[in-house]
Write a protein that binds this ligand. Structure first.
Ligand SMILES: [Zn+2]
Length: 273
């Protein structure tokens, strides 16, 4: 089964804090929320405890997004180390709040040969996994399918990473896939192909608990330009919802449209109809 939630605190939350956001998710009839650490890990351990209490009390599922400034392919050691630290910090705080997975954009090619970039970034993941094991932190790493061709994170790269490192999953940003491919991945047949590809790499299990990001999107030949509400975009969300139902896809869908809960509720309604 698929659950639906927002990227960050719903817009209609009266008090702008994470606990109120979780309460608002419940009131709206949604199921999940993504904690946005995109501009920095801004949650204290004390607050993370309160977030955990709220999510457990209300039965809301949590995911998180690590800071944007991450590049596991950086040739500059301080930048590489800072990238590892940003993911580790997100995981540390996230695990106190019982967040299930941490999503991030893993890196940039910066003109590098894709195979070499893959190896370097995989090395970063191994380092993070070692750190998590050492600190006994249980959280899944879910690198995101990125919206531009200049960013590491094609569907093929992420599936390879997830099949080579069993503790790693993926965040299938379906709108990024659409933008990255210059408008492909927008028909029932193309969506079905994605599920088939995931099943082939990760087995049925890979489809049962996946993380999905979705929004309307504007793009150019170079990929993503900006997020839009679904109705203002060319993204074929009707066929997308039909395809997840037909393929029995399970997990959490996080809505990243500017209207956040507006589109999340619309999608949930379509899905449960
Ligand atoms: Zn993202």
């Amino acid at each position: 089964m698929l659950l639906f939630g927002t990227a960050g605190i719903p817009l209609s939350t009266k008090e702008r804090n994470t606990v109120s956001g979780i309460e608002r998710i419940k009131e709206l009839g949604l199921d999940a929320m993504e904690l946005e650490f995109v501009h920095g890990v801004n949650l204290s351990p004390q607050l993370a405890e309160k977030v955990r209490e709220a999510k457990e009390r209300l039965g809301i599922r949590l995911t998180c997004h690590a800071p944007y400034f991450i590049n596991l392919n950086s040739a500059e050691k301080p930048k590489y180390e800072a990238s590892i630290k940003r993911i580790m910090d997100s995981a540390r705080i996230g695990s106190i709040a019982r967040v299930e997975n941490v999503t991030f954009h893993a890196g940039f090619y910066q003109g590098g040969e894709p195979e070499a970039v893959y190896k370097k970034i995989k090395g970063g993941f191994e380092k993070i996994l070692e750190g998590l094991a050492k600190e006994k932190i249980k959280i899944r790493l879910t690198p995101e399918l990125t919206g531009k061709g200049s960013q590491f994170g094609s569907l093929e790269e992420l599936l390879r990473l997830a099949s080579e490192l069993p503790e790693v999953g993926l965040c299938l940003d379906i709108s990024h896939l659409h933008a990255r491919s210059g408008g492909k991945y927008n028909t029932l047949e193309e969506f079905n192909q994605v599920w088939k590809q995931i099943k082939k790499s990760l087995g049925v299990k890979g489809l049962e608990d996946i993380r999905i990001h979705i929004s309307g999107i504007r793009y150019s030949a170079k990929g993503e330009l900006e997020h839009l509400n679904l109705k203002d975009s060319d993204f074929n969300y009707n066929d997308f919802i039909a395809s997840v139902k037909a393929n029995k896809v399970g997990g959490i869908v996080t809505c990243e449209s500017p209207n956040l809960e507006g589109d999340a509720l619309m999608l949930k309604k379509m899905y449960t109809k």
